[in-house]
Design a protein around this ligand. Sequence first.
Ligand SMILES: NC(=O)c1ccc[n+]([C@@H]2O[C@H](COP(=O)([O-])OP(=O)(O)OC[C@H]3O[C@@H](n4cnc5c(N)ncnc54)[C@H](O)[C@@H]3O)[C@@H](O)[C@H]2O)c1
Ligand SMILES: O=C(O)C[C@H](O)C(=O)O
Length: 323
Amino acid sequence: MHVGIIGGASTIGSTLAYSLACDDPHNSVTLFETALDAAWGHATDLRHASYHLVGGPLSEGAAAAGSVTYAPTDDIGEFDLDAVVVTARVPPSDDDTQRGSRGARTRELDANLPLIDSIADSLDAVDPVPTVVVTNPVDRIVYRLWNQLGWPRSKVMGFSLAETARVADAIARRHDVHPTRVSCPTMGEHGEHVVPVFSSATVAGEAVSFTPEQREAIVDEVLEVPFEIAEKRGIGDSSRWVSGAGLLRVLRGLSAPNPTDPLCLSVPLDGEYGFTDACLSVPVTLADGEVVRTIEWDLDESETARLREAYEAVREDVRRFED
Ligand SMILES: NC(=O)c1ccc[n+]([C@@H]2O[C@H](COP(=O)([O-])OP(=O)(O)OC[C@H]3O[C@@H](n4cnc5c(N)ncnc54)[C@H](O)[C@@H]3O)[C@@H](O)[C@H]2O)c1
Ligand SMILES: O=C(O)C[C@H](O)C(=O)O
């Protein structure tokens, strides 16, 4: 698989590049950047890493390892890519690590909209290819990119799987099990209006129930933790590990021949759950370079209400930037 990462020298982009090289040393990665020195630094270091990951030196006739290269974003049309991941952003201000800081998300949206429009211009030179957006606020940014590109909606999706892992972790600690024994998929907005589907949660395969207070405490914890990580590690170091691993899972799904199990990703909605003209995280299956199916799960009353709040929050911003 040849993956182009726009913003390839970013915290998330470089972590994903390393994850791809570890996962299959035959994967190729091109880091598209404006910070070309940093991209050179990562591409060179990753190429050195690939020597060991593939078990060099190789005997003659062994399958060659993938390449790790870099290029300016405007040159993306010259590359034959199987998937694109967008992690580029305008540098944040210190306030943006504070979940509660008033206006931080709006500032982030206003800063990243022109950037995503310029990325859409560069992608015009590419035939539709599965594209996973990470840049925040992801539900708005992925909607804007999809709109600007005019590509089929099956090709463009926003990454929000970090929250599914964080919810599993929060539930696991309460039940004293490993997080991988927990299933509680997470829909809605990537942010304040996240919607863990508590009504279908299981722990070690058994249904579990939560009081409204327990639900609220888990949501609060899940919303705080990325900001706590960024604050403790420094603003330049976002949640690279969960994001790198989750993105790898999405890319593996996109390159598989058979549909994956449902994963919650932020996709353009066309009537699902009664919503249109926005992106929200909903369950989808992936295969063969695209979203195969968008699924409508039964939600309980409070989850349905939270999902509507998520939709309204995203729509309000979409309306603002569409005007
Ligand atoms: N959706 C999620 O779950 C999730 C999780 C973590 C982080 N994020 C978001 O991902 C984004 C990336 O975070 P990070 O910490 O990795 O970023 P970062 O600040 O480390 O790097 C951003 C990079 O974008 C590059 N860039 C800017 N304009 C560009 C352009 N036109 N073309 C190519 N590259 C360009 C910069 O040079 C820089 O290397 C942020 O918006 C962050 O909030 C989302
Ligand atoms: O950068 C953020 O706002 C948090 C990030 O989206 C994350 O989920 O780690």
